[in-house]
Design a protein around this ligand. Structure first.
Ligand SMILES: [Zn+2]
Length: 306
């Protein structure tokens, strides 16, 4: 299916998986960027934005949610554009104020996110101008209990963050922490079905045309996780390791194992789903599975990103 065309004034920077996509709006008096990528890619984010804006400044920055791959560039953008106004969903506003890196998950997942500040909230149920188009703010629980997604009802464009991708959706983090959230994923997918978008700009991957088949794929994936939360746990561990691999590109396997041992999320997941297997055996097996899946390779001592 060809990539759908977007109205002028909307620029999508399709990034990889370490950095979420960024969406730059230039159509109105005020420029606005949705999501800022991962911190190690900040220079790339700045140059993508600067290349489109030229001498214009970036006025507003809106985060769909506060995972490190969506807001890791916030600090760099705030430094580059001192009058930038930053908008975040309300759920973790206090934790951002206090810079509570545990609740914000950067510490327990072993991910990096430089401290940033915010100015305004993106409250579900309200509307907001992105450039010269008016967008609805919707809550999108599941992947992240505090995530929002944005919908433009005239052109029927959805900015879906990690709630819906062309082939599924992001890890359901609350499920790893002992909260049930698969039903939240189902509710969010159902909301998206009701919005019935024409075009989706996902948090990762290319822009795509929405069809009911996209929801079927996501629902099927959800059903497989509901049937086997352990499968979801195993998937999540591999996603977290791959994310680190994308960040560092390569390092000795022993360094990875040490990193995993001091990154509390891994032990938390093991205790929940794989309690019978000792940590060292379990984490080694996860690395082996990533290599077997062809997303990493072992070169001597080193584990290398593929
Ligand atoms: Zn996310």
């Amino acid at each position: 299916m060809p990539t759908p065309r977007l109205p002028s004034g909307i620029h999508v920077f399709e990034r990889g998986w370490l950095s979420a996509n960024n969406i730059l709006f230039t159509g109105g008096d005020e420029t606005l960027l949705v999501d800022s990528g991962y911190c190690t890619h900040t220079q790339q984010t700045l140059s993508l934005v600067e290349k489109v804006l030229g001498n214009r400044s970036l006025d507003l920055l809106a985060n769909t949610h506060l995972h490190s791959d969506h807001c890791g560039g916030n600090a760099g953008l705030q430094a580059r554009y001192p009058s930038l106004q930053t908008l975040i969903p309300p759920g973790h506003a206090r934790q951002v104020e206090q810079w509570d890196t545990t609740t914000l998950t950067y510490e327990p997942t072993g991910q990096l996110c430089p401290k940033f500040t915010f100015d305004q909230l993106l409250c579900p149920g309200e509307e907001i101008w992105f450039g010269n188009t008016l967008w609805e703010i919707h809550a999108a629980t599941g992947h992240d209990p505090h995530s929002v997604i944005f919908f433009e009802p005239v052109e029927k464009i959805l900015i879906s963050a990690d709630a819906l991708w062309e082939n599924g959706f992001g890890v359901v983090f609350p499920e790893l922490e002992g909260d049930s959230a698969f039903s939240d994923v189902a509710a969010t997918l159902s909301l998206i079905g009701q919005l019935n978008p024409a075009t989706i700009i996902p948090g990762h991957g290319r822009v795509f045309s929405y069809t009911p088949e996209i929801l079927t794929i996501a629902n099927r994936r959800l059903e497989s996780f509901v049937a086997s939360p352990v499968r979801h746990g195993r998937h999540a561990v591999k996603v977290l390791i791959k994310f680190k691999l994308l960040e560092v590109q390569q390092q000795p396997k022993s360094a990875f194992i040490e990193w995993a041992a001091r990154t509390s999320y891994f032990e938390q997941i093991r205790m929940r789903f794989f309690e019978d297997v000792p940590f060292a055996v379990w984490i080694e097996k996860m690395f082996d599975e990533l290599v077997a899946a062809g997303v990493a390779k072992q070169e001597g001592e080193n584990l290398v990103n593929l």
